[in-house]
Every structure is written in C-alpha cells, then in structure tokens.
Ligand binder design. Structure first.
Ligand code: ADP
Ligand code: MG
Length: 699
C-alpha cells in the first residue's frame, strides 16, 4: 500500500486527534485507506431544485430562497426555533428542536440560501425540521450527489456530520495522487469491459458529480470484488482437485448395463442422461468426486443416484445412500429393492431402530463386503458402521444434513475417500451456487419426466372452507388421495399440534368413518406408529393424510393429487414449494390449495402470489433469496463467503456471471497468474488473502 494510504487518519486536514479517536472507536477507521473503504449507502440528489408550491409530504427537497422571519418559541417542556422560508412561489416553515441557540445566532435573514431537507406534514401544515442550509454563493454547483455514510449516535452528537465526512474526503483526495490507488485489474479487461480505473471508482463513489459516475464507480467496484471472489474460489477448487486423489471407477459394467437395458421402466430424461454422464466422468478420473446434484422435486434424482451406485458396484465397491428421515430412507430402500430385482445386488437397511441380532449381523456382513448397497438414516454415520470398501456415498436432501455429518462420510473408506454425491431439491439460485458451492461441482436436472401436468395452485382464505371440503370430496370420488399439512415451527410446540388435532376433529365431521379414512402423522409420534400410519396412506387405505411437515421431504405417493397447506402464510417459500412437490407425480391433474387467514403481511402475500404464479423451483428460489436475503438460505451462513462489501449476490447476478466468466478465462490461460499482465491480479489476491485468513477453511 502506498505511504499516503497507510498514514494515520489523524494527520489529514480537518481530522485531528479528537475526531481520529472518535472515528476509530465508532467506525474502526485508523488509516486513510480505512477511511476510503467505508462506502456511502446512498446519495442525496442535489442535482435539481423544487418549488415550494410543488412540494409534498415525506419528500426530500432542495429549495432556493430566503429566510424572512425567525421566532423562538417557548414550550412547556422544551423550546423550539421556528423560521419562515420563502421562494418565488410561497412560504414554508422550518423548525429546530436541538441546538437552538447556535442556529439562532447564525441564521441570517434576507440572504439567498440553498436549503435541503425532508418535508413533514402535521395536521395539514407542512414544515421542514432541521434542514441543511448553505449560503448560495458557497453552494457547490458541481457536487450534485452528496454521499451519505453509515454513522453512529455518538458521531452525530459530536458534530461529525456528513458534510464534515465529505470535507475530510476532499482533503484526502487533495493529498493522494492517482498512483496511490493502485490498479488491480489488467488493462485489457478495463478496456474490454469499459470499466473506470480504480482511482476513478474511489473518487466517484465518494464525490460524484453525476449519476453516471456513481453507476460507473459501483459497477467497477462490484465487478472487482466478484472477480477476486471467483478467482479465489476457482483456484481453491483446482488446488483441491490436485490434492484429493480418488477412486478410479473405469468400468461401466454388468450391473449398470443390465439395469439400464432390462430394468429401467421408463426412458431417462435428457437431463438425467447428461447428469449420469457427468457423474461417470467424475468418478473415472482418479480424483475424488464432490458433486452437488440439484433437481426440483419429482425430477428423478433417485434413479440417477442408483445408477451411480451401480457403477461403484461394477468396480468392486460398496455404496451407501443416506436420507434425513426413516420414512424417506425406507421408501428409498423399498423402491430400490423393487427396481433392482433379479440383478443379484445385496441391499440392506439401517436406522436407529434396527437393533439387536439383526443389527449385529448387518454390521458383520457390511464389513465382510456381503452388502453392496446400504440405505439408511444418520445411523449409517456411526463409528461402528464399517464398510469393507466404500466407493460412493450419496446423501439425499442435503439441507437436512450438517456439514459435519457430510464430512464424516469421507472417513468411511480406509485410505482413499469415497466419491460423494449430495442431492438437493432446494434449488439454489445460480449466483448463490457460484459462491457458496463455487468449488463443488454442480449438476442440475432441469427437466421433469414427460407427461407430468403442472400442479395448479390456488389461494383461499378461511371463508372458503366449505368450498374446499366439497372439492376434496369430488377428488376422493375420482379415487385420488389428499394431503393436509399443518405448520410445525417447533416440534415441541403444543399449540401447533393442537391446531392439527382440532383440524383433524373438524375433518372427521365432514368426512365420517367408515366411508372416509383419515390418517394422522406428526413428528411426536413413535417411529413405528408413524410408519404404520404412513403405510395406510401409501397403500391407499386412507384417502386423507393429516400431517405436520414430516412429509416435507421426499415421500412419493403418485396417487395423491391434492395438497392442502393450512396456515400457508407461516411457511417459507422453499418449504411451500417442497410441499407442493409431493403432488403432481402421477398422470392426473394435481392441485395445491394454500389456506391462509384473511389479512396477510406484505411478504406473506408475495410468497403466496409467487406460489400461485410459478412452478419453477429456480424462480421461486430467486424470489426467496430476494425476500429473505442470501444469508438465510440453508447452509450459506457458515460458508463464510458472504463478506462482500459492495456487491450483493441477490441483485448483482449479471455482474457475477461476467466475473465468473472472466475468472475462468484468465485461469485457463494462466493458472498461477504468472504473466506480466496478471501481476496486478496476483498481488491484490495475495493482499486479500492476508486480510482474510479464514478463507482457507471454506469447504
Ligand atoms: P426426486 O428428484 O424428487 O427425488 P424421484 O427420484 O423420487 O424424484 O422421482 C419421482 C418419480 O418420478 C418416481 O416415481 C420415479 O420413478 C419417476 N421417474 C424418475 N425418472 C423418470 C423418467 N425419466 N420418466 C418417468 N418417470 C420418472
Ligand atoms: Mg427424492
């Protein structure tokens, strides 16, 4: 860093000892460089003037005029200062509640001022409290956009106003020259993308004269930030690829081919074929696979994972498939046993409820290599579950799986870690995937099996309950089955269960036994009871299943064609989408009915609208990210990649794509950034590394 930038802020004109101390305490600013790196969060537009006759409540306005009267008003509790401001079109009142004496002494009547402030209307009368006033001769015609910075109570009290913050900046820019703000991007990139220089970006972001300068500065800064982020992620990924030797599955043999040619009941979608190819390539290059498989609910991820497991078996290895719940694990077990009948593959099921002799035997067979595929819950991760030769571990519904649990899989083979395939139905917006999972390989199944009809989604409030009941009866008459889901925020919350219980009892009135059979499933039930109840629904004995969100993940009952979600306003978008994915699996028209109370918050309304408008999981994920902010998306918080200062991945996806594109290009040509044109990149990257020591820990 240049000498000027590393200088203590204290020595900049207009700062001094006291303000320097304040700036350090309040904003952690020590050096000139620190000062320059606190960016405005908005700008006051001072490029035009308004007329008093046109101004409206709640608006920021800039006026030209004079003060024609000043009055001190004594109140019961406190005093205030009142002045009348006049322009060619009318009068408006100015008021002050603090610092009255100083202001009264300094205000001048009948001289031209430029005023800026926010209009406040009270009891029909407009006024401007605490306006900024400046003599018109002193007013800087060029400074049209005034930067506004994050501040603190204390800074405000001690008079470190925005005006002063900006004047310090002007003094800083008088001290430094263009060379002090060292360029970090190669010249060809700046030219090609028509970016401003780094010096310009700093100048314009703080002291812009025109809107275009703000745009140009932020654009360049965001690009720079995201380019370095991508360079870092891509380099890390390359590093990892070099280090992690993996099993080399060269053979695609008997099991895979036999299954593909004789057992597969349907034609794979082209997306499934593409993903299987990606996985095959990944597992056959001697590097450990770490792949995230994203696919909307119902897109057919299970079959893809099964075929990957068959490759492992073809190569003499075992495979395992982990699911977050017993219900789901069991369903996988049953459907995989069914679909591989006659292939001679040995499949076993393990969960916490597999005990005693059965368990002991299973563990023994597993260790001896007599089991090819182990399907189960977290129980598979326990230390005494030992494989002979584990070649592939698949984790379904990744967001229910902690990072720690996933990393446990790595140690399940003796020397070389198994290949890892993580599957998720929660679509991750592309830009987020590029950062949070930037160093994982991502496969996407972006196509549903043919013949599926899009689920129709309808929003109803409680007033329409009888309509819903009638509709349910019609569907049941057609032979369909129905889910009714209640929110369960916290499994221990009695109130939630009570909702479900009341709902169930009301339902019994409209759907009496024995004509109708209703099953109830919730998280507080014993696993055996739960499975029994589930089974009643899966087998078709019960037409209606009342449940909490236990059924959220993975259950597959193709005959169920109606999903009713109670208190839908209490669910998040991705959860609603997951739930809706439980229907629409058969050939019949399916429906999702979102039941809510009448009055909804703005965000709840937007979630419901989004659900009614689209079935596209990726679109829903984008909206979700915008509504909640990326920090709330599962698994992102711990990832440590969100320390962006100026770019915002939920809004700057276009810039992110560009940055990733160029980062890939640059590293393709020059992996270690050794060419002279990339020297600036290399230097800045290592500077950033020094600043952020925890980068290395990102998985
Ligand atoms: P998810 O991706 O949500 O895990 P599944 O793997 O459970 O989806 O698949 C949903 C249903 O679609 C299953 O019944 C499965 O057999 C079926 N399926 C999968 N792929 C195809 C395909 N290519 N054509 C027709 N049906 C398919
Ligand atoms: Mg699934």
């Amino acid at each position: 860093m240049s000498r000027v930038l590393s200088q203590k802020i204290e020595f900049v004109k207009g700062v001094g000892e006291n303000r320097a101390k304040l700036l350090q305490e309040e904003l952690n600013i020590k050096t000139v460089d620190d000062y320059l790196n606190i960016f405005p969060f908005r700008y006051d537009d001072r490029s035009s003037f308004q007329l008093i006759k046109d101004i409206r409540n709640d608006e920021n306005v800039q006026l030209r005029g004079e003060i024609v009267s000043i009055d001190k008003i004594r109140g019961k509790k406190s005093n205030r200062l009142k002045a009348t401001f006049k322009d060619s079109t009318g009068f408006i009142e100015l008021t002050w509640f603090r610092g009255i004496k100083w202001i009264a002494d300094n205000l001048q009547m009948n001289v031209p001022y430029v005023l800026y402030g926010k209009v406040n209307q009270y009891a029909g009368k407009k006024s401007i409290p605490h306006p900024e006033l400046e003599h018109e001769q002193k007013f800087n015609q060029n400074a049209n956009f005034l930067s506004i910075y994050p501040s603190t109570e204390k800074l405000n009290q001690r008079g470190v106003s925005m005006k002063i913050r900006r004047s310090i900046l002007r003094n800083i820019f008088a001290l430094i020259s263009k060379g002090d703000i060292v360029e970090t991007l190669p010249e060809h990139l700046i030219k090609q993308l028509k970016l401003c220089t780094r010096y310009e970006s700093y100048y314009w972001i703080h002291l812009p004269n025109r809107q275009e300068e703000i745009l140009s500065a932020t654009n360049r800064m965001k690009f720079e930030e995201l380019l370095f982020l991508q360079l870092r992620i891509l380099q890390q990924k390359k590093q990892r690829d070099l280090q992690l030797i993996g099993l080399n599955f060269e053979i695609v043999g008997k099991y895979f081919n036999k299954f593909y040619n004789e057992k597969l009941a349907f034609e794979l979608t082209s997306a499934q074929k593409r993903v299987i190819k990606e996985i095959r390539r990944d597992m056959g290059r001697g590097i450990q696979m770490n792949r995230l498989l994203q696919g909307d609910v119902g897109s057919g991820k299970t079959i893809v994972s099964l075929m990957a497991m068959l490759i492992a078996i073809d190569n003499g290895y075992q495979a395992c498939l982990l699911a977050p719940t017993q219900i789901l694990a069991q369903q996988h077990y049953q459907s995989i046993v069914e679909s591989t009948k006659g292939l001679g593959i040995r499949i076993a099921y393990l969960s916490g409820s597999v005990k005693g002799k059965t368990r002991k035997e299973l563990l023994h067979y597993l260790q001896e290599g007599h089991i090819d595929i182990l399907i189960g819950t977290h129980a598979v991760l326990e230390d005494n579950v030992i494989f002979k030769k584990l070649g592939l571990a698949v984790a379904d519904e990744q967001h229910r799986f902690g990072v720690v649990q996933r990393s446990k899989l790595w140690t399940k083979n003796n020397d070389i870690p198994p290949h890892i395939l993580v599957m998720t139905a929660t679509p991750i917006p592309r830009t987020l995937a590029m950062t949070a999972y930037g160093d994982l390989d991502v496969s996407i199944i972006d196509e549903l099996p043919p013949g599926r009809k899009a689920v129709k989604t309808i929003h109803k409030n409680d007033a329409y309950r009888s309509f819903v009941t009638k509709f349910m009866k019609e569907e049941i008459r057609k032979g369909r089955q129905i889910y009714i889901v209640y929110p369960l925020i916290d499994e221990s919350e009695n109130l939630d269960l009570q909702n479900l219980q009341t709902g169930y009892e009301e339902l019994l009135q409209s759907f009496p036994k024995p004509e109708y059979q209703i099953t109830v499933v919730h998280g507080r039930m014993k696993p055996q009871d739960k499975d029994l109840e589930m089974q009643r629904f899966v087998s078709g004995k019960a037409q209606i299943m009342v449940a909490t969100t236990v059924i959220e993940v993975g259950v597959n009952v193709p005959n169920a064609s109606v999903m009713i979600i109670e208190n839908a306003e209490r669910f998040g978008l991705s959860q609603l989408h997951q739930l809706r994915g439980r229907v629409g699996r058969g050939a019949d028209q399916s429906y999702c009915i979102l039941m809510t109370k009448t009055r909804l918050s703005k965000y709840a309304q937007e979630r419901i609208n989004t659900m009614c408008q689209t079935n596209d999981g990726f679109k829903i994920a984008e909206v979700d990210m915008k509504l909640r902010g990326p920090g709330d998306i599962d698994g992102i918080q711990q990832s440590g990649v969100m320390d962006l200062k100026i770019a915002d991945i939920s809004h700057d996806s276009r810039i992110m794509e560009t940055a990733r594109h160029f980062a890939i290009n640059i590293l393709d040509k020059d992996p270690n950034l050794e060419q002279p044109t990339h020297l600036a990149l290399k230097n800045h990257l290592s500077r950033l590394r020094l600043k952020n020591k925890n980068w290395g820990r990102i998985s």
